[in-house]
Ligand binder design. Structure first.
Ligand code: MN
Length: 242
């Protein structure tokens, strides 16, 4: 029997539904990809939609999961295969309150080309820091997997590769981005895709000057105070598309 949702849980669910719609409207997710939020009342749980296209998610589709990936309320509807990404990152990173996993297309080339890491090319992406790690799943399961994070061991390996970074690329698959709030994670997921597009263009033009570590840190701190402005716009846009 599931306990009635608290006011904090209801508010978190409302934000999480909006995040699902925003990430679709901004081209980060399509039929695949998912966004979660650590449960506001239970830090050892997280809120995540049942397995479905993010743009179609409504409040009744949001379920609560333990960090081991088990659903808490006895809901029989299918869960995302890759929910272990979320649980293992929340377990490894107490500072993380939200996780976005996507296959946003501009990022994928940076997961497969050696020697060309995803780095902050402009001030909106200082959160990327000096270098974004790339998770190579072959190191865990060999060279014949479907590349999905299907269990806790793979989720934990991905979390180790993420380390203290804001984003981790997944070779031949996509990326996972984290934040200290849901809105920050969404902001970072949107701008990780933007950075990848711009970096690919710049690399085609010539030698690229990236942000220094100090510029990246300063820019990230400024942007963190501006996130609600983007959120208001993106939420308005997403509602218009619904
Ligand atoms: Mn995936």
């Amino acid at each position: 029997m599931t306990a009635p949702a608290s006011a904090a849980e209801q508010a978190a669910i409302t934000e999480l539904v909006a995040a699902n719609h925003i990430l679709y409207a901004r081209g980060v997710v399509d039929g695949f990809g998912h966004v979660s939020q650590r449960h506001p009342d239970h830090p050892d749980r997280f809120l995540l939609s049942r397995s479905m296209a993010p743009s179609l998610v409504a409040a009744g589709d949001i379920l609560s999961f333990g960090l081991d990936g088990s659903e808490c309320g006895g809901d029989g509807r299918p869960a995302y295969l890759e929910r272990f990404i979320h649980g293992e990152i929340y377990a490894a990173r107490p500072d993380v309150m939200s996780v976005v996993h996507s296959h946003s297309p501009a990022v994928v080339p940076f997961s497969v080309v050696r020697g060309t890491g995803l780095r902050p090319i402009f001030h909106m992406c200082g959160f990327l820091g000096c270098a974004t790690p790339v998770f190579e799943i072959r190191g865990c399961v060999g060279d014949a997997s479907d590349l999905l994070i299907r269990d806790r061991a793979l989720g934990a390996a991905l979390a180790r590769c993420l380390g203290d970074h804001a984003a981790v690329l997944m070779r031949g698959h996509g990326s996972t981005v984290v934040g200290s709030t849901l809105r920050q994670a969404v902001f970072r997921a949107v701008y990780t895709e933007v950075n990848a597009k711009l970096q690919a263009v710049a690399l085609g033009l010539g030698e690229v000057t990236y942000l220094t570590d100090a510029e990246a840190a300063a820019a990230a701190a400024t942007n963190d105070s501006q996130i609600d402005r983007c959120w208001a716009l993106w939420r308005h846009e997403a509602k218009g598309a619904a």
